[in-house]
Design a protein around this ligand. Structure first.
Ligand SMILES: *Cc1c(COP(=O)(O)O)cnc(C)c1O
Length: 376
């Protein structure tokens, strides 16, 4: 059994995928070929925003908007303490300071009340100037944008959605990547919409921002390729990856529905034994991961080991809260600063989640998990 089964996915789209790739091999426009622009148009349309700017990976998709906003030393950007490292790393890469905020235990996402407190604290201390917020749609579930946008407006902060795990999902019936000033997603192979290497994209309705982002992704180019008007990056999406993504877009909505079905099957079987994840019924969660909470880290070790004996792969996203990572030692955070994030890192574990899981596999996983829990 695979944790994420990309081979089964490929088998279901082999012909159209091979055709798309062959077209690129035929025209040989490997950098910014026609597939890149076709994909950008298709994704902007899908999300319902004016601009999609594709780029080399999801981390660059977070860095580039910060560069475009001129974020740097002395600026504070608020990020959740429980997320993938890149959410905070992008802030440090541009020279600004990530200010961590605890998450909600049920949604795994940024806690708006604690966000307000964190902003107040930074304002009071008067050392850093608050500039923006990067909420994450962790495991595919949208953050609380209504509350976050209100707070951002009040304090004049921009909001950059980290939708690396939530592309295709919705919030208040609108697709993720359309709720805030600017959004970033990732096409890393294991994400809900993944390519066959690294890839990412930025979404915005802001014309001016879009133009700056297009310049940044090609070394800060001006009107001409060899005229440079700002410091940028080399961060283009490969034409081959755009071709891969275009063929996967054909089945993406079907896949999202299948993920929703897998999650509801899991919830139904596990709800009497575990604190199962929130299953939005009138919204689409992108279900990048299906994550459960054990009652202790010892129980987690035991359950994961037992599942392993049955050939069932599990993963821990994430075993260490970001404020406790060695890379951020100098920021001076301590154990106890963000109790929810710290607790989650001790107890969460994720089950296999992909659109090609069968009812039999789901049954096997749940039976093994429940039997192990009863053996404790
Ligand atoms: C994967 C991920 C990223 C980074 O994406 P890459 O394409 O791997 O650079 C950023 N944030 C979150 C929450 C992610 O899961």
């Amino acid at each position: 059994m695979q944790f994420i089964d990309l081979k089964k996915q490929y088998a279901s789209i082999e012909n159209r995928m091979n055709e798309r790739i062959q077209q690129v091999l035929d025209h040989q426009k490997f950098i910014m070929g026609p597939e890149v622009f076709e994909l950008e148009e298709r994704l902007a349309d899908y999300v319902g925003v004016k601009h999609c700017i594709s780029c080399a990976n999801g981390t660059d998709a977070l860095i580039m908007p910060l560069m475009a906003y001129g974020i740097g030393e002395g600026d504070a950007i608020f990020v959740p303490a429980f997320t993938f490292f890149a959410t905070a790393e992008c802030v440090s890469v541009v020279g600004a300071t990530p200010v961590f905020v605890d998450v909600e235990e049920d949604s795994f996402n940024l806690d708006p009340i604690k966000l307000e407190q964190a902003i107040e604290k930074v304002v009071k201390e008067n050392k850093l100037s608050p500039k923006g917020i990067i909420p994450v749609d962790l495991f595919g579930l949208s953050a609380d944008y209504e509350s976050i946008n209100k707070i951002a407006k009040k304090d004049d902060l921009f909001v950059l959605e980290d939708a690396a795990q939530s592309f295709g999902g919705t919030y208040r019936k609108a697709k993720n990547c359309s709720h805030v000033d600017v959004a970033a997603t990732s096409f890393f192979p294991a994400k809900p919409l993944g390519c066959y290497g690294d890839g990412g994209a930025i979404f915005t309705d802001n014309d001016e921002l879009a133009e700056i982002l297009q310049s940044i992704r090609v070394h800060g180019k001006g009107d001409h390729k060899y005229e440079n008007v700002r410091i940028g990056l080399n961060s283009r999406l490969d034409t081959l990856q755009a071709a891969v993504l275009l063929s996967k877009m054909d089945i993406f909505n079907e896949e999202l529905r299948a993920r929703q079905w897998v999650a509801s099957e899991y919830n139904e079987r596990l709800k009497d034994f575990f604190d199962v994840p929130h299953l939005p019924t009138d919204e689409q969660c992108a279900w990048a991961q299906y994550t459960l909470k054990s009652s202790s880290s010892e129980e987690r070790d035991f359950l994961m080991e037992e599942l392993g004996k049955h050939g069932i792969p599990t993963m821990i996203y994430y075993p260490k809260a970001i404020h406790l990572q060695e890379a951020y030692t100098e920021l001076g955070y301590q154990l106890g600063d963000f109790p929810v994030s710290e607790k989650l890192s001790q107890v969460v574990f994720s089950l296999p989640m992909h659109p090609y899981l069968s009812r039999d596999e789901i049954e096997r996983i749940c039976e093994a998990l429940i039997a192990s829990k009863n053996n404790l």
